[in-house]
Design a protein around this ligand. Structure first.
Ligand code: NAD
Length: 533
């Protein structure tokens, strides 16, 4: 591939400062018009059929995956191939074949592909926002945050790869030249969820390939089109065939066959606890012909709490809880699903929260309503069943029902249950929808112990004006991402390396300085000086 074809608009080095992609200001008429135009343009491209691409070869399968708009299920976003388990062998072989050349391609060149893709996404930002709005039901701001994070991952991991490439050992032993090199692992499976279908999908893929690995990318069946559009960008910048092999398919079946394959060296997964544990178990089982221990990078679910202490700014806490719980309809691993409120503020908090949530407007995300549909009939039915559980476990403050529209979208009213016991199902199980449990705490000790009483440990926040309480939370609040006096969602690449404790995963800290190490194996090389000619 001629380097000229992948030259980014601006050349970056390891020292080029990283800054987060700015958010689009949708209050300006110009940006609103740009978004509406992009939605109209993308609507003109809906319903296309996309291929799986293995080793550069475009493949069709007899089974198909049809992606629909969750706000208007009759609107088909894209039709995709459905790889079955028997395609795993071909996909792994294609990635294996590409590995020797790609792993020896310079880091600078590998990073340049990422930078060029970032440039293209930046140029077509509204278009990608529109795809996200139509395929998974993100409102404009949420779609923009997903696109911005995608750009950030590409920019950040490109720089990180260059930084790692320049690392030396801390000590040079006398008489030797000592090196520490971060070598790629081999062939990996990249298995993302549907809810950040651009950022997490592209981020895990970018981290894997910039470090010299080759991958099988198996997107979620609920968001295949975004992945196909991302793959088209990789082709556009001339990424060599076989470095990323796009295989749309179901998790059980194709996904699990790739995980179990003896040549799959690592699995980068983000998704639910149940599936993460299944992958962990399968990867731990050595297959005939396997000569390594598979590595798993598993980011899983959450049951995230915001503690509102007795000395909190009440209005700020109500606002932070509302947006953390109902941004993208609670369909974030970081979403607040438990507000743990000190008894002294409890009644006032519930009253203000009830009014704040009642003001949330639900409707089609293409028209930029704050709250949109949940992703699928499966999710809709799951959330509805939790509404019935919640009604038996607490006092309904808001919502508690589905919202029917003529288009048949999967809408559920933002729902708040108060007076929930810390051990109630609605307080313990990940619902992954617009459902919040409010729990009363008797003092800060009690609040902390309630916050730590789930099997998860992803995000958490504390609203308090007390330095002492913040200091205790730094030590005792068992989460991977802790926030003070702000929402518990919206981690920014570089500033908030992301990953959870306990059953929330392997705490991989995506977007942080340690992340790329997970995709490498370090090689220590010592050369006795003066021994070569
Ligand atoms: P999911 O676990 O249902 O699916 C995730 C991916 O795994 C999909 O691509 C799916 O096809 C695949 N899969 C399913 N079964 C598989 C199997 N047996 N073998 C291999 N692959 C398989 O999750 P989802 O519904 O797509 O996403 C929502 C979940 O993701 C929530 O639990 C949420 O908390 C979590 N999540 C976590 C993070 C994080 O960073 N911790 C971020 C986003 C989402």
């Amino acid at each position: 591939m001629a380097t000229a074809e992948i030259t980014p608009t601006t050349v970056r080095t390891a020292d080029t400062p990283f800054t987060n992609e700015p958010f689009v200001d949708f209050t300006t008429a110009k940006n609103r018009e740009a978004m509406l135009d992009a939605i109209a343009t993308v609507r003109g491209q809906l319903g296309q059929e996309y291929d799986n691409v293995i080793g550069g070869n475009r493949l069709k399968t007899s089974g198909k995956i049809t992606s629909v708009n969750p706000a208007r299920p009759s609107e088909i976003i894209g039709v995709h191939q459905r790889a079955e388990a028997d395609l795993a062998e071909q996909a792994v072989q294609a990635a294996l074949a590409a590995f020797p050349t790609w792993s020896r391609t310079s880091v600078a060149e590998r990073a340049t592909y990422l930078f060029r893709v970032a440039d293209l996404i930046r140029e077509r930002k509204f278009e990608f926002c529109a795809w996200l709005t139509l395929e998974v039901g993100k409102n404009w701001g949420e779609a923009d945050a997903d696109v911005g994070e995608t750009i950030d991952f590409l920019e950040f991991y490109g720089r990180e790869a260059l930084r790692l490439d320049a690392v030396t050992t801390p000590i040079q032993y006398p008489g030797e030249r000592n090196q520490l090199r971060y070598m790629p692992l081999g062939v990996g499976a990249v298995i993302p969820p549907w809810n950040f279908p651009f950022a997490i999908m592209a981020g895990m893929t970018a981290a894997a390939i910039v470090t010299g690995n080759t991958v099988i990318l198996k997107p979620s069946v609920d968001a295949p089109t975004i992945a196909a559009r991302f793959f088209a960008l990789l082709e556009e910048v001339g990424l060599p065939a076989g470095v990323v092999n796009l295989c749309q398919g179901e998790g059980p079946g194709f996904g699990s066959a790739v995980v179990a394959h003896p040549k799959t060296r690592f699995i980068a997964f983000t998704g639910s606890k149940v599936v993460g544990l299944e992958i962990h178990e399968s990867a731990a089982k050595t297959q005939p012909g396997q000569i390594f221990i598979k590595r798993t990078i598993l980011e899983m679910g959450g049951k995230d709490s915001i503690i509102v202490a007795d000395d909190a700014d009440l209005d700020a806490a109500v606002e932070g809880v509302a947006i953390s719980a109902f941004g993208f309809n609670g369909q974030k691993c970081s979403a607040c699903s438990r507000a743990i409120v000190d008894a002294s503020l409890y009644d006032a908090f519930c009253e203000k929260l009830q009014a704040r949530v009642a003001a949330i407007k639900t409707g089609d995300p293409a028209e930029n309503f704050y709250s949109g549909p949940v992703i699928s009939p499966k999710s809709y039915n799951k959330v509805l069943s939790y509404l019935e559980i919640g009604k038996t476990e607490g006092r309904l403050l808001n919502g508690g029902h589905a919202i029917e529209t003529t288009e048949g979208g999967y809408y559920i009213a933002p729902t708040v249950f108060a007076d929930i016991s810390p051990n109630a199902r609605i307080a313990q199980e990940e619902v992954f929808g617009p459902v919040l449990a409010v729990i009363k705490a008797n003092g800060f000790d009690d609040a902390l112990s309630i916050a730590n009483n789930t099997e998860y440990g992803l995000t958490g926040a504390l609203y308090s004006t007390s330095v002492a309480k913040l200091d205790r939370a730094r030590e005792e609040f068992q989460v991977g991402n802790l926030y003070f006096n702000r929402k518990c969602t919206g981690a920014m690449v570089g500033a908030h390396p992301f990953g959870g404790f306990n059953m929330s995963g392997t705490d991989s800290k995506a977007g942080g300085p340690d992340y790329l190490l997970l995709f490498t194996q370090a090689k220590s090389i010592a050369e006795k000086l003066g021994t070569t000619k």
